[in-house]
Design a protein around this ligand. Structure first.
Ligand code: AMP
Length: 448
């Protein structure tokens, strides 16, 4: 199938051609015609499948005819993290370059005053993280009555981050005569319930099992001892001589230590995790894209879904506790037709997690003998067994509030928060550097 067969406008097709895409990806083939028919969609797809273009392309055409009113956006895309929100904004900018649509990005860590001014002008596409959106709604800076298309992206990640009550609140504020698109890599019962509650006769679309790993990525496993990991990482860096890499860790508290180690060894490394202030996160990512930082030592949440092509290596310093995270992690390399190499350091404490990963990817990861590394069955005394929980929880969500404790029962409903006139600013507002956008790449508001 060709893009021309999907019913997109000539302007949108031109933008797609200029981007260099030749054929639609499976999710685009399936989703675009359905979205153009104004039907609700549940899309089982993860990042890397081309799902962002799958919803932005038809949205651009659907919105092309109308005009936004002051404070009343015409469409809303909800994203779990600021980085993903910025990436979606990039997509709208790229594919919508031949349309006169306006867009605003509402995320924590950016100046609220600037965002309010943008909303006042009227926006066609609003891309937001849930906390900041509710905040601005509570202040009367935004009305959701005119939203015709709602996208809930990365729904399972939203759930992991404790956003579901916020999502329910937001959706209940939007009139029901809208089109709703929900995307999720997995469909746990809570997301199914959300879909049943808020979508109307949705068309269900799924693409290749999220567990598939690209054949462009060579995978390797090295058995080691917990205390020997840093030294081994140093050896691997020398051996592999990577152009650049993501180095994934399970715990935020270890990230600074490993980043410092790499710096001491002479590598241009930097940490990236959810506890860093937004301006530092944005700057670090920009430095990585620009090649000033070559090794990003990071957590799953901070790096999830980041679309940076030409990353040569991924190092799993820790075996992720969730097998899905392994697929997401190594998918940071081998993108856009490039090849990549993914290494993982495993100790004998990781056996269970490793088995889960290999079950999911349906093949064993080849073991590489580094010689001299202690045997896999060497007894481990110092290190406590990891707790069976997801690999990383952000201590703070994007809106600055604490993340939900996975062990606590989920709240079914959240009471609307009282809106105070003189409320304390949240952490993300304190962190704001006053800038309105995401570096030079994505201004918070522009005509595109
Ligand atoms: P996503 O799943 O939306 O994060 O997209 C993953 C990557 O695929 C991004 O780098 C897109 O630029 C790229 N992409 C999206 N659609 C296509 C396409 N039809 N052909 C080639 N690459 C694409």
């Amino acid at each position: 199938m060709k893009f021309e067969d999907l019913g997109l406008s000539p302007e949108t097709l031109r933008a797609v051609t200029e981007k260099g895409y030749e054929t639609p990806t499976p999710i685009q083939e399936k989703a675009i015609p359905i979205i153009m028919m104004a039907r609700d969609v549940v899309g089982l797809a993860q990042t890397g499948t081309g799902k962002t273009a799958g919803f932005t392309l038809p949205m651009i055409d659907a919105l092309a005819g109308g005009r936004a009113r002051m404070r009343m956006p015409r469409s809303l895309v909800l994203e779990p993290t600021r980085e993903l929100a910025a990436q979606v904004a990039e997509n709208f900018k790229t594919y919508g370059k031949y349309h006169k649509l306006s867009m605003a990005l509402l995320v924590g860590g950016e100046s609220m005053g600037d965002q309010t001014k943008l909303l006042d002008k009227g926006v066609d596409v609003l891309i937001a993280t849930p906390g900041r959106l509710l905040d601005l709604f509570g202040r009367g800076a935004i009305l959701l009555n005119d939203i015709k298309i709602l996208v809930i992206d990365e729904a399972d990640r939203m759930m992991d981050m404790g956003f579901i009550p916020d999502i329910e609140k937001i959706v209940s504020l939007i009139p029901p005569n809208r089109q709703t698109l929900l995307f999720s890599a997995t469909m746990p019962p809570e997301i199914k319930r959300l879909s049943d509650k808020f979508l109307s006769n949705p068309k269900e679309i799924s693409v290749a099992a999220p567990a598939t790993t690209s054949s462009n990525i060579e995978q390797f496993l090295v058995h080691t001892h917990p205390k020997d990991k840093k030294r081994l990482l140093g050896r691997l860096m020398k051996q592999e001589n990577p152009k650049n890499a993501f180095v994934f860790l399970n715990r935020k508290r270890d990230i600074g230590d490993v980043a410092s180690f790499l710096k001491k060894e002479g590598y241009a490394a930097a940490p990236l995790h959810g506890d860093m202030v937004q301006s530092a996160r944005t700057q670090t990512l920009q430095d990585f894209r620009d090649g000033k930082v070559k090794f990003l030592v990071c957590s799953d949440v901070a790096a999830r879904g980041l679309d940076i092509s030409a990353v040569s290596h991924v190092f799993n310093y820790d075996v992720p506790m969730s097998p899905d995270d392994y697929v997401h992690r190594i998918g940071r390399t081998g993108r856009a037709g490039n090849t990549g190499r993914a290494w993982m350091l495993a100790t004998n404490l990781d056996e269970k997690y490793l088995a889960n990963i290999e079950r999911l990817i349906k093949k064993p990861i080849p073991v590489f003998d580094m010689g001299g590394a202690p045997a896999a069955d060497e007894p481990v005394r110092e290190e406590r067994a990891p707790r069976p929980e997801r690999s990383e929880k952000p201590a703070r969500r994007d809106d600055g509030r604490p993340a939900r404790d996975e062990n606590r029962p989920r709240r079914e409903e959240q009471k609307p928060r009282p809106q105070k006139e003189n409320r304390q600013p949240r952490k993300d507002e304190d962190d704001s550097d006053g800038s309105a956008g995401f570096g030079d790449d994505v201004p918070a508001f522009f005509k595109f």
